[in-house]
Ligand binder design. Structure first.
Ligand code: SF4
Ligand code: SF4
Ligand code: FES
Length: 261
């Protein structure tokens, strides 16, 4: 049976090493908490579901909500690994629920919200609020010399360079790299791999007039590249397989050079 290459059969093991097991009775331990209700204590709730062929965690959670518990909160938009909104902790590892097949997971599945983000309820967190604050702090948008002329012809960019910019632009702001990052869990102002990837993206873009001295102002301290412990959990967890290891190392070297001057 052909497997969509974007789908993961499970966390931490060889994606193709396990035989597809059908008709298992799955047990879901799901984190439940409404932070707006002081009387609602954080807890886990168990749900049971029979596995079906090709079942993803998106399908499983939707069935649980439709058939067993309409009060369960979780986020999905695209169901195709594009929007990043379904990230959660799946058996101790951040990942996208819509791209995770239950076939690669054991019968007992534990689901928790991403740590490091404001909890909306149950499995739903406000990654958007965190990402917006980080982007504003890093001024993560193109800085032009003068107001762009919308009537002017577009300036061409070498295709190889455009490809490199596009590669880093594929970040969906899912938050998996932040949830799996020791530094981000210890200090709220750390910009995370997602933030460093943004700076790497604008450093590459020839339309952006900022230089390394400007980028040093926003990531040249412990809340940026020098707070990163380089253990690369972010690189291992990124569902878009962005080259975070290379980008963080390159950015750190450039910022270290700035710091010496
Ligand atoms: S860098 Fe990867 S893990 Fe981090 S937010 Fe972007 S897509 Fe998600
Ligand atoms: S390498 Fe840096 S950004 Fe990535 S998980 Fe480790 S501390 Fe966080
Ligand atoms: S629902 Fe969009 S990435 Fe999963």
């Amino acid at each position: 049976m052909a497997l969509d290459p974007g789908l993961r059969r499970g966390d931490g093991d060889n994606e193709y090493s396990r035989p597809m097991v059908m008709n298992r009775a799955l047990s879901f331990q799901v984190f439940r908490h409404n932070p707006r209700d002081p009387a609602d204590a954080p807890r886990t709730q168990e749900y049971s579901l029979d596995e079906t062929p090709g079942m993803t965690l998106f399908i499983a959670l939707t069935r649980i909500r439709e058939e067993q518990d309409p009060s369960l909160n979780f986020d999905f938009v695209c169901r195709a690994g594009v929007c990043g909104s379904c990230a959660m902790v799946i058996n101790s590892r951040p990942g996208l629920a819509c791209r995770t097949l239950t076939a690669g997971l054991p019968e007992s599945i534990h689901l928790f919200p991403l740590p490091g983000f404001e909890l909306i309820g149950d499995l739903s967190v406000n990654t958007g609020k965190w990402m917006r604050a980080m982007s504003e702090r890093l001024r993560a948008w193109l800085h032009f010399e003068a107001e762009p002329d919308v009537d002017a012809l577009e300036a061409p960019m070498p295709p190889e360079l455009a490809e490199q910019v596009y590669e880093l632009d594929r970040c969906t702001e899912c938050g998996c790299c932040v949830a799996g990052c020791g530094t981000a869990q210890m200090r709220a102002d750390f910009v995370g791999a997602v933030g460093m990837n943004k700076i790497a993206r604008f450093r590459l873009d020839p339309r952006d007039v900022r230089g390394d001295a400007d980028f040093y102002e926003v990531v040249g301290d412990d809340s940026g590249v020098f707070g990163c412990m380089s253990l690369l959990g972010c690189h291992d967890l990124c569902p878009k397989r962005l080259p975070l290891q290379t980008q963080i190392a390159y950015l750190r070297r450039s910022m270290a050079r700035q710091g010496l001057w």
